[in-house]
Design a protein around this ligand. Structure first.
Ligand SMILES: Nc1ncnc2c1ncn2[C@@H]1O[C@H](COP(=O)(O)OP(=O)(O)O)[C@@H](O)[C@H]1O
Ligand SMILES: [Mg+2]
Length: 204
């Protein structure tokens, strides 16, 4: 059964297995398209495998850079984007702290998720699985970690605005608990956000 079709991939669910199929882009020259899809399939697999050592991640069952498919465990849970606004404050606080913890654990391993939003998180058995490392990469730079945090902040602000302030505060609390470089990354985050504002002004 097809459960999703993004810009890059088609996602199918078959008997507890999620198949992520990187689709052909007709507008790209075939040789280049093949190369890009192959690289992204490999890169996402590597990130999923590394990340699974520190946080809950769907298990990779098979990755094939000839068919450009990744087979992984299907996480039969609740998508956080659809769940977060329907729960009480206490539970939301707990979940945001866990997300903060897990983001820091990824960053400690120099894994940048690249698309941190609540639609890329699934809650199951009180664990939050991070999915979709399609835009992820490895980096030791505080700048890249700060941008990851900033993107999550923006996602909270736009999708979960009712509880935004408290949610972001709890996320940062969780991040601080586990981060090995909190102060430097937050300093960089302030720079990222200032730059964002200047950019906005320049555009007017
Ligand atoms: N391992 C998984 N288990 C359960 N659902 C998944 C899994 N991977 C992806 N999904 C579902 O498919 C959707 C799209 O997958 P995702 O990897 O985020 O691709 P896209 O690049 O299209 O956003 C997710 O939002 C989620 O609902
Ligand atoms: Mg996604």
């Amino acid at each position: 059964m097809i459960i999703g079709q993004g810009a890059e991939a088609v996602l199918k669910h078959e008997d507890g297995v999620l198949v992520k199929d990187r689709i052909v882009k007709k507008y790209r020259i075939k040789e280049i398209d093949d190369k890009i899809r192959k690289l992204r399939t490999r890169s996402e697999t590597k990130l999923l495998e590394k990340a699974s050592k520190v946080i809950p991640i769907p298990k990779v069952l098979d990755s094939n850079d000839k068919t450009m498919q990744i087979h992984m465990e299907f996480i039969d849970g609740k998508k956080l984007s659809e769940y977060l606004d329907s729960i009480n404050d206490k539970e939301r606080e707990t979940l945001l702290k866990i997300i903060g913890n897990q983001t820091a654990l990824l960053h400690n391993e120099n894994i940048i998720h690249g698309d941190l939003t609540t639609s890329n998180m699934i809650l199951k058995d009180e664990k939050i699985y991070f999915i979709d490392f399609g835009l992820g990469f490895f980096s030791i730079k505080n700048e890249d970690k700060a941008v990851d945090i900033h993107l999550f902040k923006q996602a909270l602000e736009s999708k979960h605005y009712t509880h935004f302030e408290k949610s972001y505060e709890n996320f940062l609390k969780g991040y601080k608990e586990k981060s090995t470089n909190y102060n430097e990354i937050i300093k960089q985050l302030e720079k990222v956000e200032k730059r964002g504002r200047y950019k906005g002004k320049n555009e007017i």
